[in-house]
Design a protein around this ligand. Structure first.
Ligand code: ATR
Length: 271
């Protein structure tokens, strides 16, 4: 029987996840469909329950429902617990299991696709909202020398760092204006790129050749990517992270690990 999955969000019409999972399914011979499901802002739970009752096996969850997905689950992976949010649910017979694959997706993209092992590096995470919270635990697990979290609202950076202080990597929190100089890797996890802004931090943060990754992709990321290139950084958008987090979700649902390289190449060719 064909198993059903979906990405649930609002908005969801521009999601590239259906194309990615269709390629994964074809590549691995898994019998599944993957659709887009628009949930009303006040109707996430009802939408999910209808989908599960119709026989669906799981879903991805995107903006603005990742916290609701976490709350609705009956059990949660350790990395979802750390993030306080879920981007993937599996509808098991005995309950809904929540996972968060965003952090692993980001780290796999940086280390494997961009070829930058994070061990020993100086990392700057810009932003302290949901997107940043979803990835900090996985960045720490990769063993960098230090991670600084900078945010417009300092209190949120301090709280995010405090929630991860037990993981054995030195962490610091600062305002955007106090961002440290000469970082090896800079990750933009703010929503400033939504407004087309170039960068929330000054160019001193970039060590020559630093990887400067925006978690967005498409036109929304362009301002940050242009800024990075203009200041000697190596720009990278969030498309690789998108494919890698999808591969982690596919493994969570199916127990099979797809090959991400041809899928990322196909997406790049079509964008
Ligand atoms: P998301 O789920 O995308 O992370 P969020 O939780 O609302 O969304 O977080 C948005 C992030 O972008 C926050 O770090 C926010 O900073 P504040 O915590 O100070 O609000 C950051 N952000 C949004 N607009 C910004 C702007 N114009 N300048 C700087 N940072 C901004």
């Amino acid at each position: 029987m064909t198993d059903r999955y979906a990405v649930v969000g609002n908005p969801v019409e521009h999601s590239r996840s259906p194309a990615i999972h269709a390629m994964f399914a074809a590549q691995t011979g898994q019998d599944l469909t993957y659709e887009r499901l628009l949930a009303p802002l006040d109707g996430f739970e009802a939408t999910l329950r209808r989908f599960a009752a119709a026989g669906a096996r799981g879903c991805n969850v995107t903006v603005p429902f990742k916290f609701d997905a976490f709350a609705l689950a009956t059990s949660r992976s350790a990395r979802a617990e750390r993030a306080g949010a879920a981007n993937a649910l599996r509808f098991d017979a005995d309950g809904w299991v929540a996972d968060n694959t965003d952090g692993a997706g980001l780290v796999n993209d940086i280390q494997r696709n961009a070829g930058r092992p994070l061990a020993g590096l100086q990392l700057l995470l810009v932003g302290a909202g949901g997107a940043a919270a979803g990835v900090l635990g996985s960045l720490i697990a990769a063993g960098p020398a230090r991670i600084t979290v900078v945010n417009r609202t300092l209190d949120k950076a301090l709280a995010l760092v405090a929630g991860h202080a037990d993981l054995g990597v030195p962490l610091a929190a600062a305002t955007l204006a106090d961002a440290p100089a000469a970082q090896d890797v800079v990750v933009n996890a703010t929503s400033t790129s939504l407004a087309g802004a170039a960068s929330p931090v000054g160019a001193q943060v970039l060590k020559p050749g630093a990887l400067a990754l925006d978690m967005m992709y498409g036109p929304k990321a362009q301002g940050f990517l242009d800024w990075a290139a203009a200041h000697g950084g190596e720009p990278r958008d969030g498309l690789g992270m998108l494919v890698e987090q999808a591969a982690e979700a596919f493994f969570f649902w199916r127990g099979v690990r797809p090959d991400t390289a041809p899928v990322l190449a196909a997406l790049r060719a079509s964008s």
